[in-house]
Design a protein around this ligand. Structure first.
Ligand SMILES: [Zn+2]
Length: 535
C-alpha cells in the first residue's frame, strides 16, 4: 500500500515534513523548520534549549513523534522522552521501519532546517546546487542545533543536559550522506569544498555520490525556478504509480522555461498524486500585478540612474539571481556592487556546484564588504584572503558613496553608524512583503533607521498604506512563488489524478484550489496533520 502522511507544511506556509510509504520503503519529502508553528511559541530571545536535545521540539510539536527517526545522541539523558510521546495520536515506532532517504527540494530552511534532527545515516537526495547551497548556509551561519543540515556535531550527556562532544580537535563533526543529482559533473575542487568545513572542528567527511537506491523506489529530480539556486521538483515511482512533489516554484522568473519543461516531463508520467505548493493561492489576489525578474531589472535600473549618494539594495539573502541582476545594473550605472562575505561564500559554493553560475571573481566590479570585527570566523578569513583587493571597508564606502550599491538587509543596518550615508541616499527595497506582525515591527525599525540618516526609500511596505508599497514604487520585487494563475497552470499542466495542496494558507489557499482547479478527473484531498492519504 502507498500512503503519504503530511506533518508540518499543511495549512501553513513552509515547514514541509511529509512521509511517503510504499510497503517497506519510506521517504521523507523535505524536513523543514516549521517557522509559523515555531513562531507561536518562540522568538529571538526565547528558543528551544539545545541542552535538552529532542525534548523541546518534540514536546512543542515542531517534530512529529516518530520514534527511531531522530539522532540518538539527542535523546541522551531523557529516559522518558518516548513514554511521554506515546499518548500522542500520531505516535509511531519506526525503530524497525527505517526511513530510506529525504528528498530535499531546495535549501531554504523551511524545507531543510530540521534535517538537523534526523538520524545521521539517512541519506539526503538533492540537486548538487541544493547540497552546496545548504553547506554554504551552514558554514557561514550561526552554529546551533537547529542548523546542522549538512554535518552534525555529536552531543554527549553532561550534568543535567547535553553538550557538544569532547575536545573539538579530537571529536569530528559527522557529515550526512548526501546523494546528488548531477554528481558526475563535480570537479575535484567541488569535492574538496564539500569534504571540509571552515570551522575549527574537523569533519568526518562523506563523499558526494549520485542518487542511490531509495528504499528500492526510483526517484527523479526536475529543476524548477525559485528564489534560491538548485530548487527542484521530485517524482517517485511507487507501486501505485508516480507521486510528484513540486517543492517551491514559479513560472515568471528568468528560468521559467526550466519550470515549464519540468511540468511537461511530470505530465508524461501521469502522476497518481501531486503535492503542490500554494504559497500565493488566494482568490482575492488574482489579477494583482505579478512582476517578473525582468520588470525588477527595469525598475531598479531607473532608480539607480537617478540615485545620489549611497545606494543600499535590500533583496533578502541567498537570492543569487537577484544578486546577478543588481550586479549587472550597478555596472551599467557606473557603480560597484558590494556584497556581504556570506553572499560571496554562497556564490562560490554555487559556482562549484554549477559552473554556469559565475563565481564572484568573474563578475565585473563585484566587491565584498569587510565588516569591522574584532574576531573573524575562519570562513570569513578565507573569503578575505581570497578576495584580497576586492574587499572594501566602511571608510571607503563612506568616502565614495556615489560609487557603490551596497547589498544590505535589515540585519545589517547596525553598520550605518560607521558608514554614515549622506542625506538623500537611497534604500531600494526589493524583497518580500510585511506578512507577519514581527516583520511589521522590523519595518517600523527599518524606517526609523532611514529617517535617522535622512535616506530616501523606494519599494518599502508602508504602515500608512496597509503595509504595501506606494503604487508608483511597485514592481521592485518578483516573488519566488507562482502567482494564483501560475498555480492553476501548474496543476493543469501536470494533470494528476489527486491533488494535495501543501505549503498554503488553511482557508484561502484551499479555497483557491477548490475554485480554480476544475480539470475533470483531478480530485483534491486536503491534508491534515498526521492523517495518512492512501493512494
Ligand atoms: Zn523556498
Amino acid at each position: 500500500m502507498v500512503q503519504v502522511t503530511c506533518y508540518r507544511g499543511v495549512g501553513q506556509i513552509g515547514g514541509n515534513q511529509f512521509m511517503l510509504e510504499d510497503g517497506d520503503a519510506r521517504l521523507l519529502l523535505d524536513f523543514g523548520t516549521p517557522f509559523s508553528e515555531r513562531g507561536r511559541f518562540y522568538e529571538e530571545y526565547l528558543n528551544p534549549r539545545p541542552a535538552f536535545g529532542l525534548l523541546d521540539p518534540l514536546t512543542m510539536g515542531l517534530l512529529p513523534p516518530l520514534r527511531g527517526l531522530y539522532r540518538t545522541d539527542m535523546e541522551q539523558g531523557l529516559p522518558d522522552l518516548w513514554e511521554r510521546s506515546k499518548d500522542s495520536p500520531w505516535y509511531r515506532d519506526l525503530r524497525d521501519a527505517p526511513v530510506h532517504g529525504v528528498l530535499l527540494s531546495h535549501a531554504h530552511l523551511d524545507h531543510s532546517g530540521y534535517i538537523s534532527f534526523l538520524r545521521g545515516d539517512i541519506p539526503v537526495l538533492a540537486s548538487a546546487l541544493t547540497a552546496f547551497a545548504a553547506k554554504a548556509i551552514q558554514d557561514s551561519g550561526r552554529t546551533d542545533f537547529e542548523s546542522e543540515v549538512v554535518y552534525a556535531v555529536p552531543r554527549e550527556a553532561k550534568g543535567s543536559g547535553l553538550i557538544a562532544s569532547g575536545d573539538y580537535r579530537k571529536v569530528p563533526a559527522e557529515q550526512r550522506p548526501f546523494q546528488v543529482f548531477g554528481a558526475e559533473r563535480l570537479t575535484d575542487e567541488s569535492h574538496a569544498f564539500w569534504e571540509a568545513t571552515p570551522g575549527a572542528r574537523r569533519l568526518e567527511p562523506r563523499s558526494l555520490v549520485g542518487p542511490g537506491n531509495a528504499g528500492g523506489l526510483e526517484v527523479r529530480c526536475y529543476p524548477v525556478d525559485h528564489s534560491i539556486p538548485g530548487a527542484c521538483a521530485f517524482a517517485i515511482r511507487t507501486s501505485a504509480g508516480w507521486v510528484a512533489y513540486t517543492g517551491d516554484l514559479r513560472l515568471h522568473g528568468a528560468q521559467g522555461h526550466m519550470t515549464r519543461r519540468s511540468l511537461q516531463e511530470l505530465r508524461s508520467l501521469k502522476p497518481v498524486l501531486l503535492l503542490c505548493e500554494g504559497t500565493r493561492a488566494d482568490l482575492e489576489r488574482e489579477g494583482q500585478p505579478n512582476p517578473t525578474e525582468q520588470d525588477v531589472q527595469e525598475r531598479a535600473r531607473q532608480e539607480l540612474r537617478s540615485a545620489q549618494g549611497l545606494v543600499i539594495a535590500d533583496f533578502g539573502p541567498r537570492n543569487v539571481e537577484r544578486l546577478l541582476t543588481f550586479a549587472a545594473i550597478a555596472h551599467e550605472a557606473g557603480r560597484a556592487l558590494v556584497v556581504l562575505a556570506k553572499d560571496a561564500y554562497l556564490l562560490k559554493a554555487a559556482h562549484l556546484a554549477d559552473p554556469a553560475i559565475p563565481s564572484a571573481m568573474d563578475i565585473p566590479d563585484l566587491l565584498v564588504y569587510a565588516e569591522p570585527r574584532l574576531q573573524l570566523d575562519r570562513w570569513e578569513r578565507a573569503i578575505r584572503e581570497e578576495y584580497g583587493a576586492r574587499m572594501v571597508g566602511p571608510a571607503q564606502v563612506q568616502a565614495h558613496q556615489d560609487s557603490y550599491v551596497l547589498c544590505f538587509s535589515f540585519y545589517d543596518l547596525d553598520q550605518l553608524p560607521t558608514i554614515r550615508p549622506r542625506p538623500g541616499s537611497l534604500y531600494l527595497y526589493s524583497s518580500h512583503e510585511a506578512f507577519s506582525e514581527e516583520l511589521q515591527l522590523d519595518f517600523r525599525r527599518l524606517r526609523a533607521w532611514l529617517d535617522h540618516f535622512g535616506m530616501r526609500h523606494v519599494g518599502l511596505p508602508l504602515e500608512e498604506l496597509g503595509w504595501t508599497a506606494r503604487p508608483e514604487e511597485q514592481g521592485l520585487h518578483a516573488s519566488g512563488h507562482a502567482d494564483p494563475k501560475g498555480l492553476a497552470e501548474v496543476v493543469q499542466e501536470i494533470a494528476p489524478q489527486v491533488l494535495v495542496p501543501v505549503h498554503t494558507d488553511k482557508e484561502r489557499g484551499i479555497a483557491y484550489f477548490r475554485q480554480r482547479v476544475l480539470e475533470p478527473g483531478v480530485r483534491i484531498i486536503v491534508p491534515s496533520y498526521g492523517g495518512p492519504i492512501r493512494v
